[in-house]
Design a protein around this ligand. Structure first.
Ligand SMILES: C[S@@+](CC[C@H](N)C(=O)[O-])C[C@H]1O[C@@H](n2cnc3c(N)ncnc32)[C@H](O)[C@@H]1O
Length: 375
C-alpha cells in the first residue's frame, strides 16, 4: 500500500494506493456471514487494528476526541426526545427529518444536525438525502437496558472523567490517592463521605438508570452459564439453597439460571441493596433478599455464592471484607465461590478496549479496578 498524501480538505486521500480487493471485501461484508462469537470478536479486533494503522494522526484525533463525543451528544438528545421509541411506535417506516421533527416536537433544522451525525457514523441509515431508516442499533436503543447507556454515561460517568485529571494532579498522581468515599466521583457530584452506591440510594432515578445499564452490559455477552455450565452446580447437590447471587442487581444473571432450570427457582437467592432488589425482574419463586454484603452472609451452606462485577467496584481491603463475610456461610467441601470478573491480560493489546475503559471508570467512580488473574 502506498503512503497516503493529504488532499485539499487536509484529509489523506487513501484511494489511490488502496487495494481494490480489500475495498471490495470490506464493501461486500455482511454481518450474517460470521459463524461464531470468537470469529466475530477476532474480526472486530482486526478491524480496529486496521483502522488505527490506516488513519493519520489527525483522523485518529478526530475519531476519538471529536466524532465520538459528538455521537454521545447526538444520542443523548435523541434519547431525551424519545425519538427512536416514538418512531418505532409510529410504524418504524423510513422518515424525513421533517416527519421526525413533527414526531418529537423538535425544530427540524436542529434535529437534522443530530440525525446527520448519527447517519455519518452509520448508527442511523440514510435512505435518501434527508430521509432516514432505523437500524438494529437505534432499535436496541428502544430497550431499557441499552437505552439507559447514553443517560448513564451523561449523568454518572462523564462528569467524573471530567473531574479526574485535576483530582489526580491535586493528589500527586498516586494510584491509591482516591478512596471509595473520596475520589473523582465525589468531587464531580460535590459529595463527601459516601460511596457511589450510597449516593445511588438517595438518587433513585440515577440508580435505576445504572441498574438498567448493568442489564445491558450483560445482555449480549455470552451467558455466565456458558462459561460455567450450570450442571456443575447440580451434580452431588443436597437439599437447600443452590445459588446465591450476591450483589446481583435486579436479577438478570439469576434469571438466566432460572430460565435454564425452572424447577430449581425456589432454591435461587437474589441479594442486593434494598432499593435495588425492589426492582427485581426475576421470576416469582426466586427468593429476593435485601442484603448488605459488608455484613455476614445470612444464607448458609448454599451450593454456590456468585459475584459478578462486584469485586471490581471495590479496592482490595473492601473486596477482601466482602469475601470474608461469605466464608462462615460456606460449607467446607461443598459450597463453591464463583467470581465473574473481567481479567486484565499481560499482553493488553490483545484485549478489548472495554477492559481498560472499564478499569478507568472503576478508578473514577469507586477508586477500584479491573484485576489481573494474580492480583
Ligand atoms: C457493577 S454492579 C453488578 C451487578 C450484577 N452482579 C451484574 O453483574 O450486573 C454492582 C452491584 O453491587 C451492588 N452493591 C453495592 N454495594 C452493595 C452492598 N453493600 N451490599 C450489596 N450489594 C451492593 C450494587 O447495587 C450493584 O447492583
Amino acid at each position: 500500500m502506498t503512503k497516503a498524501t493529504p488532499n485539499t480538505n487536509g484529509d489523506r486521500g487513501h484511494s489511490a494506493g488502496c487495494s481494490t480487493d480489500l475495498l471490495h471485501l470490506l464493501n461486500a461484508f455482511e454481518n450474517t456471514s460470521i459463524d461464531s462469537e470468537i470469529e466475530r470478536s477476532q474480526l472486530i479486533s482486526a478491524a480496529t487494528t486496521f483502522l488505527a494503522r490506516l488513519q493519520s494522526p489527525w483522523e485518529t484525533i478526530r475519531r476519538h476526541l471529536v466524532d465520538s463525543p459528538a455521537v454521545q451528544l447526538s444520542l443523548k438528545v435523541c434519547m431525551d426526545l424519545e425519538l427512536f421509541r416514538k418512531w418505532k411506535d409510529a410504524g418504524n417506516g423510513d422518515k424525513t427529518a421533517a416527519e421526525l421533527a413533527q414526531l418529537t416536537g423538535c425544530d427540524e433544522e436542529l434535529l437534522q444536525r443530530f440525525l446527520r451525525h448519527l447517519a455519518v457514523e452509520h448508527l442511523l441509515a440514510e435512505v435518501a438525502p434527508g430521509t432516514y431508516a432505523q437500524t438494529e442499533f437505534t432499535l436496541a436503543m428502544c430497550t431499557p437496558h441499552f437505552g439507559a447507556w447514553p443517560q448513564y454515561m451523561h449523568e454518572t460517568v462523564l462528569d467524573t472523567w471530567k473531574a479526574m485529571p485535576k483530582v489526580l494532579a491535586d493528589r500527586g498522581y498516586k494510584n491509591d490517592s482516591l478512596t471509595v468515599i473520596d475520589g473523582a466521583f465525589q468531587v464531580a457530584t460535590h459529595t463527601t463521605g459516601q460511596s457511589i452506591f450510597d449516593y445511588f440510594a438517595s438518587h433513585p432515578g440515577q440508580a435505576k438508570t445504572f441498574n438498567n445499564a448493568m442489564t445491558g452490559y450483560g445482555a449480549e455477552r455470552c451467558s455466565w452459564l456458558d462459561i460455567f455450565p450450570s450442571t456443575n452446580l447440580l451434580e452431588n447437590v443436597v437439599e437447600g439453597p443452590l445459588l446465591v447471587d450476591v450483589g446481583g442487581s435486579i436479577g438478570h444473571d439469576v434469571e438466566k439460571f432460572r430460565k435454564r432450570h425452572p424447577d430449581k427457582a425456589s432454591r435461587l437467592v437474589l441479594q442486593d441493596l434494598p432499593a435495588v432488589v425492589g426492582d427485581a425482574i426475576c421470576g416469582d419463586q426466586v427468593q429476593v433478599m435485601p442484603h448488605n454484603f459488608f455484613e455476614p452472609q445470612p444464607v448458609r451452606h448454599a451450593r454456590a455464592y456468585y459475584l459478578h462485577s462486584v469485586l471490581h467496584d471495590w479496592p482490595d481491603a473492601n473486596a477482601l471484607q466482602i469475601l470474608e463475610n461469605l466464608k462462615p456461610a460456606m460449607k467446607h467441601g461443598y459450597s463453591k465461590l464463583l467470581l465473574n470478573e473481567i481479567v486484565v491480560l499481560d499482553k493488553i493489546s490483545t484485549s478489548s478496549p472495554q477492559v481498560t475503559s472499564f478499569d478507568l471508570a472503576m478508578m473514577g467512580l469507586c477508586a477500584a479496578q479491573e484485576r489481573t488473574e494474580l492480583m
